[in-house]
Design a protein around this ligand. Structure first.
Ligand code: PLP
Length: 458
């Protein structure tokens, strides 16, 4: 498949190139030149497949011919064999909510579903090269642990994970910092997730540095992650065939919900995608008012959504602006020089055909966890709770599919506070508390991180 950049359509790339680079030159994001649209009978055929077989069909559309189908088949089977559920995800009906549990992988968050595949793709796509790859990743808590679980102990790969110091949950931190392999470096940055993401973007934009360390990235700006996430929209939709289906998605960097938008572009008849945010509500504001204006990050009970610069929104913008790369570039330049950009009413209306958005604050989040536990005897994590809250924007009697993005155990303090209940330790992390942590604390300065990495590589 051929890919181009949201900021320059003249540049063309193949899957291997976009996979290894992550970010396009000039700071743009990669996007497929054409997205395949399935017809009704093709969709009908897909609806009969198991999760892994469906993943093979969908992911193949995007990595053909750089990964051949047999290799992809083995790669995907290997990626999902250690999940706690045979069908990778689980769907539960709780009142009028259909909860899509996406958190049965090794680090208990939905990010494992894509990251496990990416880990195996690195081995596959980099196989002929003797050149060590250095993956640098910013995390608001869950990407880092999923990346470490997927890339730990792989040969020819080092992983540098930047997380905001003291701004992630204790269990999130422990999952990342207790792995202790020689190829993994955890760095706590004295700043926010947006600062971590900015440092990574600056390092990608520095060609000399990027080439020197053979840098690659697995943040949700990496298109391959979005591709893997498209699969569960199809899979869960098929359980509600011929009904009107809405997905409600706890959202931060706009990667997960954008995967739903791509699924819709591929012909899956989703009605609406509902963006749930916490008090970091830039997406709620841009969808409802047209103004994209990052504020200061406010730490919340759903830290993996504490994002003000929601990078994948640029991909939606590309489509809303009729695939006009020059316009995307000019919006992004406004963002850089003036600190914001504004969409006009016509553009807002285009977004609203596919999306709605609602903000849920911390007090509401706690109430929702408590009520859900009282009503159904089922405990949800604070991220999932924002989506349960946001589902109230659906007023008709269509099916409500809420993406459950993390296991409640990962946010034990919050969940205990809301419900006063204990949760059984998931078997993936039984011995976590006894293990020794290893991480370094660094200033919020790109040059410091660059020097740290160079030092570790020398
Ligand atoms: C990463 C994450 C999100 C946000 O996903 P985006 O793709 O960044 O929008 C939501 N919930 C949890 C638990 C996460 O780890």
């Amino acid at each position: 498949m051929e890919y181009l950049s949201t900021r320059n359509k003249k540049l063309s790339f193949n899957f291997k190139e976009i996979f290894l680079r992550g970010l396009a030159p000039e700071g743009g994001l990669f996007i497929p030149k054409n997205i395949k649209r399935y017809n009704k009978s093709e969709i009908q055929k897909l609806s009969k497949l198991s999760y892994t077989d469906l993943a093979i069909e969908i992911i193949f559309e995007f990595c053909n011919p750089e990964i051949n189908k047999n290799i992809l088949r083995n790669l995907i089977k290997k990626s999902y064999k250690d999940f706690n559920k045979k069908e990778v995800i689980d769907i539960k009906k709780l009142g009028n909510i259909n909860l899509i549990e996406l958190y049965h992988g090794p680090t208990l968050a939905f990010k494992d579903i894509a990251m496990q595949v990416l880990g195996n793709m690195y081995d596959e796509l980099n196989i002929s090269s003797n050149n060590k790859i250095n993956i640098v990743v910013a995390t608001s808590g869950d990407t880092g642990s999923a990346a470490i679980a997927a890339l730990n102990d792989r040969k020819n790969i080092n992983v540098f994970v930047l997380h905001p110091h003291n701004k992630i949950s204790k269990i999130q931190r422990k999952i990342m910092t207790t792995i202790g392999s020689n190829n993994v470096y955890n760095i706590a940055i004295k700043g926010t997730f947006d600062d971590c993401q900015k440092i990574v973007k600056e390092m990608f934009a520095d060609n000399t540095f990027r080439e020197k360390i053979n840098m690659s990235g697995v943040n949700s700006i990496n298109w391959a992650r979005i591709v893997c996430q498209i699969v569960y929209y199809f899979y869960s939709y098929f359980k509600f065939n011929n009904k009107k289906v809405n997905f409600v998605v706890p959202t931060g960097n706009f990667g997960d919900v954008f995967a739903g938008y791509v699924a819709k572009k591929m012909g899956l008849p989703i009605d609406k995608l509902i963006v749930a945010t916490n008090e970091n509500d830039i997406l709620e504001r841009v969808i409802n008012t047209g103004e994209y204006k990052p504020g200061k990050v406010k730490p919340s009970l759903s830290p993996s959504m504490d994002v003000q610069i929601s990078s994948n929104f640029e991909r939606l913008l590309f489509y809303v602006l009729n695939e006009d790369d020059k316009k995307v570039l000019s919006f992004m330049n406004d963002l850089k020089s003036k600190g914001s950009f504004s969409l006009n009413q016509e553009q807002i209306d285009i977004i609203k055909e596919d999306f709605s958005a609602k903000k849920i604050n911390d007090d509401e989040t706690v109430e929702i966890i408590k009520k859900f536990s009282n009503d159904y005897g089922f405990i949800i994590d604070p991220h999932t709770a924002t989506a349960v809250g946001a589902s109230k924007v659906i007023k008709d009697n269509s099916e409500i599919l809420v993406l459950g993005t993390a296991h409640p155990y990962k946010f034990l303090e919050t969940v205990k506070m809301a419900t006063s209940q204990e949760i059984e330790t998931p078997k993936q992390i039984e011995h976590l508390m006894d293990k020794k942590e290893k991480y370094d604390i660094l200033e919020n300065k790109t040059t410091d991180i660059k020097n740290y990495i160079l030092e570790k590589l020398s």
